[in-house]
Design a protein around this ligand. Structure first.
Ligand code: SAM
Length: 296
C-alpha cells in the first residue's frame, strides 16, 4: 500500500506539536517518559535505519501523538502502535486519519502479550520494532522483546545514550556488562547516531542515541542452558571490582568446593584474577557450560 499525504499533516515540528497538545489540553507526563520528537530529519534517519518497505511491518511502542508513526506508515506496509496513555488515543485518531495501514492498540507493552500483538501482522511479514522508547522502561522493554524470541528483523530504538553505549560495548571497557552480553547474545548492535536534547518536547535531562539491533536467527555461541548462562554472567558482574573467581565463589561455591572452581577456570583457559568486564561472549558460554554441574 502506498500512502500519499500532504506534509501539512505531519505533526513533528515544534509548532504542530504544541498546537496539538494545546488543542487537546494535554499536559505531558514525565512519569510515562513523554518526550516527543519534533525533528523530521531525525525521524527520517530512524525510519531509514529500519530497512522497511511496503511488504514489511513495523511495531511501534509509544506512538505519542504519532510523529514517528506517520513516517513509519509511509515506509511500511503495516504499522501496529501500542500506547499506554488513553489521553493520546483521540489525538492519534486524528493524526492517523490519512494512514489506514496503522492500527493503534491501547495498553502497557510490558503487560500485553507480544505474541498476540504480533498476530496483527501476516505470518510471512518481516517485522521490525521501531520506537522512541519511554526511557523509564527501556531495558525491560528491550529484554521482553528479545526474550519473547519473536521473529523480528530489526529493533531500531531511540534510548538514553548511556544505555545505547552499554548495549553496543565490546569487552574490556566500563560500559561492558550483563546488558551488553544479553543484547549481543540475541542481536548485532550498531550505534546509528547520537541525538541532541533539543529535538524533543519537552527536552529530556539525559542525552539520547538511536541504536539498531539486528536480531540474530541463532545466538553466536553454543550455550547448554540459557538461564544458567545469564545467571553466571550476572554473578561475574555482582561486584565489578572483584575478580571472577571471587564473584563466582561468593555465589555458587562453599569452602569445601572452592578448589573445584580453580580447576574449572583452568580447564576453560580463563585466568581467575580477571574481572567480569574482560570476558567475551564465547568465554562466558564456555564457563557457564563447564559450571553447569554447580547449578543450584
Ligand atoms: N513516539 C513518540 C515520539 O517519538 O514523539 C512518543 C515517544 S515518548 C518518548 C514515549 C511514549 O511511550 C509516550 O507516548 C508514552 O505515553 C508511551 N509509553 C510509556 N510507557 C509505555 C508502556 N509501558 N507501554 C506503551 N507505551 C508506553
Amino acid at each position: 500500500m502506498s500512502i500519499n499525504v500532504n506534509n501539512q499533516d505531519e505533526v513533528a515540528s515544534p509548532s504542530k506539536t504544541n498546537e496539538m497538545l494545546k488543542k487537546h489540553k494535554l499536559v505531558l507526563k514525565k512519569s510515562l517518559g513523554q518526550n516527543f520528537l519534533i525533528d523530521q530529519n531525525i525521524l527520517h534517519k530512524i525510519v531509514a535505519a529500519a530497512d522497511l518497505d511496503d511488504q514489511k511491518g513495523a511495531l511501534e511502542i509509544g506512538p505519542g501523538i504519532g510523529a514517528l508513526t506517520q513516517q513509519l506508515a509511509k515506509a511500511a506496509g503495516k504499522v501496529v502502535a501500542v500506547e499506554i496513555d488513553q489521553r493520546l488515543l483521540p489525538i492519534l485518531e486524528e493524526t492517523m486519519q490519512a494512514y489506514p495501514n496503522v492500527k493503534v492498540i491501547h495498553g502497557d507493552v510490558l503487560k500485553l502479550s507480544l505474541e498476540e500483538i504480533f498476530q496483527e501482522f501476516d505470518q510471512s511479514t518481516k517485522v521490525s520494532v521501531v520506537a522512541n522508547l519511554p526511557y523509564y522502561v527501556t531495558t525491560p522493554i528491550v529484554m521482553k522483546l528479545l526474550e519473547t524470541r519473536l521473529p523480528l528483523e530489526n529493533i531500531v530504538v531511540m534510548i538514553q545514550k548511556e544505555v545505547a553505549l552499554r548495549m553496543a560495548a565490546p569487552p574490556g571497557g566500563k560500559d561492558y556488562g550483563s546488558l551488553s552480553i544479553a543484547v549481543q547474545y540475541y542481536c548485532e548492535p550498531e550505534l546509528v547516531m547520537i541525538v541532541p536534547r533539543t529535538v524533543f518536547i519537552p527536552q529530556p535531562n539525559v542525552d539520547s542515541a538511536v541504536i539498531k539491533l539486528k536480531v540474530r536467527t541463532k545466538p553466536p555461541v553454543e550455550v547448554e542452558d540459557e538461564l544458567w548462562f545469564f545467571e553466571v554472567v550476572q554473578a561475574c558482574f555482582a561486584q565489578r571490582r572483584k575478580t571472577i573467581s571471587n564473584n563466582l565463589l561468593a555465589r555458587f561455591f562453599t569452602k569445601d568446593t572452592r578448589d573445584e572452581l580453580n580447576g574449572i577456570l583452568q580447564q576453560c583457559d580463563i585466568d581467575p584474577i580477571r574481572r567480569g568486564e574482560t570476558l567475551s561472549l564465547s568465554e562466558y558460554a564456555r564457563l557457564s557450560n563447564a559450571l553447569l554441574a554447580y547449578k543450584p
